[in-house]
Design a binder for this molecule. Structure first.
Ligand code: TXA
Ligand code: MG
Length: 305
């Protein structure tokens, strides 16, 4: 096995934290049975304890071992979308500490679609991992982003660039309803098509506060979100603009989104992301739109709608 991976396994077994690749974004991982590692995740990210962590598993059985109920339709979702960018929130059992769930009686679980993450989980057991960035900042999609973010203080397993690029869709499962707490690249229509008409799928605000935080995913420089050709507010004239013409294919847009935010943050006084409204407002862009609305300092699209 790769030396870097062996070193990461040793660190995790010794109650430390490690930056791990997933298909969505890089995570900052620790074993769920290590209070020390869990504390270190919050401290390293400067994350408040009211924001719960997602638990990462390598099998469906492992997921079932952490919850007190598992509705029949959860099997359909797990078989279809795992490993992949879908986090399922269900009532937890005693194996999951309150530190992970911020005192909630439910836990978010997902199986990441990355061979190195799955190997680490097989060797160390379930891993709690939030995105590997400082609280409210832009999530990392390359190993170098994690190294920069924590100024080289965290060991990172380099698994290449993240394929999906934005965080998983987070859903709460109830008897006859699925609540989408955080939209992602697995969208409402895909979820509904798997569970069938007996289960309603609705957007819902999260039972925890962070989903409501407006300035999540924010770069340091002001980010202006606008339509192609739209003129910028006067306060931005004479500023050096770093422009990204956001494309039309949501898969590629999501994959490049956070790297573009970081790149533009470094290259201009203001960041301008130009979108094409017909694409931007469509259903398959819901996850991307959610991240952009939270990252933008000035959102000319929402203003003009
Ligand atoms: O793609 C992802 O989900 C990435 C990778 C590393 O797996 N992880 C990630 O974690 O984005 P994080 O901590 O940045 O965001 C997790 C969010 C929390 O902020 C919270 O909104 C929601 O998931 N969450 C976690 N547990 C929950 C629960 N029990 N009930 C409701 N929402 C929960
Ligand atoms: Mg995060």
């Amino acid at each position: 096995m790769d030396q870097n991976l062996n070193h990461a396994i040793e660190l995790l077994k010794a109650d430390d934290v490690v930056g791990i690749p997933t298909e969505t974004v890089y995570g900052l991982a620790g074993r769920i049975d290590s209070e020390k590692a869990l504390q270190k995740i919050f401290a390293t990210k400067r994350r408040p304890f009211f924001d719960p962590l997602i638990v990462h598993v390598s099998t469906i059985e492992m997921a079932k071992s952490l919850v007190s109920t598992w509705p029949a339709y959860a099997d359909k979702l797990a078989i279809t979308f795992w490993p992949g960018p879908l986090t399922i929130v269900l009532p937890k059992n005693g194996k999951v500490s309150d530190l992970i769930t911020s005192g909630l009686d439910s836990v978010g679980i997902r199986m990441p679609n990355h061979p190195l993450a799955l190997k680490l989980i097989e060797q160390c057991g379930p891993l709690a991992a939030p995105s590997a960035n400082l609280f409210t900042k832009t999530s990392p999609t390359k190993a170098s982003h994690v190294i920069d973010e924590f100024q080289n203080s965290v060991t990172v397993v380099d698994g290449g660039d993240c394929e999906v690029g934005i965080e998983s869709t987070v859903i709460g499962l109830f008897e006859n309803e699925i609540k989408i707490y955080r939209p992602g690249m697995i969208d409402k229509a895909k979820i509904a098509s798997i569970v069938g008409p007996a289960i309603k799928v609705n957007y819902s605000s999260s039972p925890v506060a962070p989903g409501q935080i407006k300035h999540h995913y924010m770069p340091r420089r002001p980010l202006v979100l606008c339509e192609v050709g739209q003129s910028l507010p006067d306060e931005f004239t004479n500023k050096k603009i770093a422009l990204w013409k956001v494309g039309t294919d949501p898969t590629l847009v999501a994959r490049n989104l956070y790297a573009k935010m970081r790149e533009c943050d470094a290259n201009g006084e203001i960041i301008v992301f130009e979108v094409i409204k017909e694409f931007y407002l469509s259903e398959s862009w819901t996850g991307i739109r959610n991240r952009l609305e939270k990252a933008a300092s000035v959102d000319l699209i929402s203003i003009s709608l």
